[in-house]
Design a protein around this ligand. Structure first.
Ligand SMILES: *[C@@H]1O[C@H](CO)[C@@H](O)[C@H](O)[C@H]1NC(C)=O
Length: 126
């Protein structure tokens, strides 16, 4: 997180009805999203899955992370598209192959969107 130049991203455990969601990385660049929920989102990532360098916030004074008014699941995309592009994202956590943060709740984990067969290209411990 500390080495974030603009906007960095990483996998999040126990979110979206899956063991994890993650940015899919090829040749060091984010090219898509491994998710089981609203996969068409421009940035299909939980708010626990990215960091923004303060300089980016200061140079985009009109950018807002809306508390109300975003479609369900679109808060992150609505915010991130004001300040970055997919091409610019900096993958962390070993090119997004490690889960180092979890979207925990004091309830039983929901895995309703977990694929029946292993659909990801990497094996990740959660
Ligand atoms: C991430 O992938 C890029 C491109 O394949 C590679 O150069 C880099 O060393 C990788 N980073 C890590 C931390 O594995």
């Amino acid at each position: 997180m500390r080495t974030t130049r603009k906007v960095s991203v990483w996998p999040v455990g126990l979110v979206g009805g899956r063991r994890y969601e993650r940015p899919i990385v090829e040749k060091g660049k984010v090219v898509g999203w491994y998710t089981g929920w609203r996969a068409g989102r421009p940035f299909a990532i939980d708010m626990a899955g990215f960091a923004v360098n303060l300089q980016v916030i200061l140079s985009n004074p009109k950018a807002v992370f809306r508390r109300h008014g975003s479609q369900p699941g679109m808060q992150e995309s609505d915010f991130l598209r004001q300040i970055t592009t997919m091409e610019e994202l900096e993958p962390k956590a070993n090119n997004c192959t490690k889960v180092l943060v979890w979207h925990t709740r004091t309830e039983k984990v929901n895995l309703a969107n977990e694929p029946k067969y292993h659909a990801d290209s990497v094996k990740i411990e959660v």
